[in-house]
Design a protein around this ligand. Structure first.
Ligand code: FE2
Length: 431
């Protein structure tokens, strides 16, 4: 007898009902739904809910989460003041402090249906206390969440004392990816060199590259072309990701066109963090005030993989957040004007399959025979409906085990002529 059957679910890619058979933590069969009572230790009736692979968080900073206001609030709301606040808070870090905050937010992620997370960790700290804590946490949470760690040189590789040595030490201690922050380096030349150092280090250790790249409203910040060209010339393709890339929101049309070709040729991923960068960017503008986001729609049209990330949860750069990718997708749809029906569905893809591609999950992700049985059940008609109503997963399943459940939200309305009817905000039609 197998462990679990999820009966009568619908896949994102298909309208028909299916039954999902799960045993030993893997999908053993995905087949058309039948009325026969299945033989399994547990049978879960999906009742037509959408069965989707879990959300994937492609970009967050778990070492800084839940520190907003410590030791002071970021009054200007800029990236730069955030870095200054964090430098003060960083001096007080302990292993226990980092573990407690990061684990709490990972619990929020899992409850929201996210079972794969890529977290950046600040390594511009001679003690590397946050890095060691996060490496410990990566092992501790493995049963529920796969955690990837990026060595992130928050205060620079070339511009911070021993920045390059600290990055190399982080690679040696076992991070999954190497980061950079070229727009924060003192000079453009240092910025270019920092990208070259990060890419070479990643190649040497067989790691991914994930650089904070051009997170600034300066239309002259053009390090994404450097990163994409390095990826192209070294054949690294989708093992390389450019995160934030907010300067793209200020590039002129002629340069944008050139850049789209370079990006498409390189095969790199982009990660746009719409909630945080709507909040951070444009702070020095009068009016009109720029949105300061990646050219998401144009990059997608050029064939570039783009994912949406959350970036921060209650930290010096962003005081809000509940570690919920569907909220990010919802805001992202507005912020990047991806609001035609197929575009809203694309926003769902950007926090599932698109983000999984950033993490290089390959056949460790997706609902198919032989793959790990990680999924969520969404009581919704389709991805558009999930984004519009920000539907919470009724069940989150990790390796065939239900790890989170959320009962449906029910509101009852007393309306003239229609007393105490439930309201579910459902309205589906042709799209
Ligand atoms: Fe970030």
């Amino acid at each position: 007898m197998i462990d679990l059957v999820v009966r009568g679910a619908r896949l994102v890619t298909d309208d028909g009902l299916v039954d999902l058979r799960i045993d030993g933590g893997r999908f053993v069969a995905v087949s058309p739904h039948t009325d026969e009572a299945p033989e399994a230790r547990t049978v879960l009736d999906a009742d037509g809910a959408l069965a989707s692979p879990p959300y994937v968080e492609p970009h967050v900073h778990l070492d800084t989460c839940l520190t907003a206001g410590q030791p002071r609030w970021n009054r200007s709301g800029t990236l730069w003041e955030g870095i200054a606040c964090w430098a003060e808070r960083k001096a007080t870090l302990t292993r226990e402090d980092v573990l407690e905050r990061a684990e709490e937010v990972l619990r929020w992620y899992a409850a929201n249906g996210t079972l794969h997370v890529r977290s950046h960790v600040d390594v511009t700290d001679p003690s590397l206390v946050a890095l060691d804590a996060m490496l410990e946490l990566r092992d501790r949470v493995r049963e529920v969440v796969d955690l990837q760690l990026v060595a992130f040189p928050q205060e620079g590789i070339c511009s911070f004392p021993d920045g390059e040595k600290l990055l190399a030490e982080a690679a040696r201690r076992g991070v999954d990816a190497i980061g950079a922050i070229p727009h924060f380096e003192d000079t453009r030349e240092d910025g270019v060199r920092s990208v070259e150092i990060a890419v070479a280090l990643a190649e040497e250790h067989g790691r991914f590259v994930d650089a904070h790249c051009d997170e600034i409203d300066d239309d002259q910040s053009r390090f994404v072309e450097v990163l994409a060209t390095q990826a192209h010339r070294r054949g690294l393709r989708d093992r390389v990701t450019a995160s934030h890339t907010t300067a793209m929101g200020s590039y002129n049309a002629a340069y944008s066109q050139k850049l789209h070709r370079i990006l498409a040729r390189s095969g790199i991923n982009l990660v746009c963090n719409p909630m945080v960068n709507l909040h951070l960017q444009g702070r020095l503008d009068g009016y009109p005030r720029r949105r300061g986001l990646t050219q998401v729609k144009e990059a997608l049209a050029a064939g570039v993989n783009v994912a949406f990330g959350g970036d921060d949860v209650m930290d010096p750069w962003y005081p809000l957040g509940t570690a919920n990718p569907i909220q990010v997708a919802h805001v992202g749809a507005h912020a990047t004007q991806l609001t035609a029906p197929a575009e809203v569905a694309e926003c769902f893809r950007m926090v599932t399959d698109g983000a999984a591609a950033v993490l290089g999950l390959g056949e460790r992700y997706g609902i198919a025979e032989g793959r790990p049985a990680d999924l969520m059940l969404l009581p919704a008609a389709d991805p558009f409906d999930v984004v519009r109503r920000q539907v919470a997963p009724s069940h989150v399943i990790r390796r065939g085990r239900v790890v989170a459940t959320t009962p449906p939200r029910v509101t009852t309305l007393d309306w003239p002529g229609r007393p105490n009817e439930p309201i579910d905000f459902v309205r589906t039609g042709d799209r």
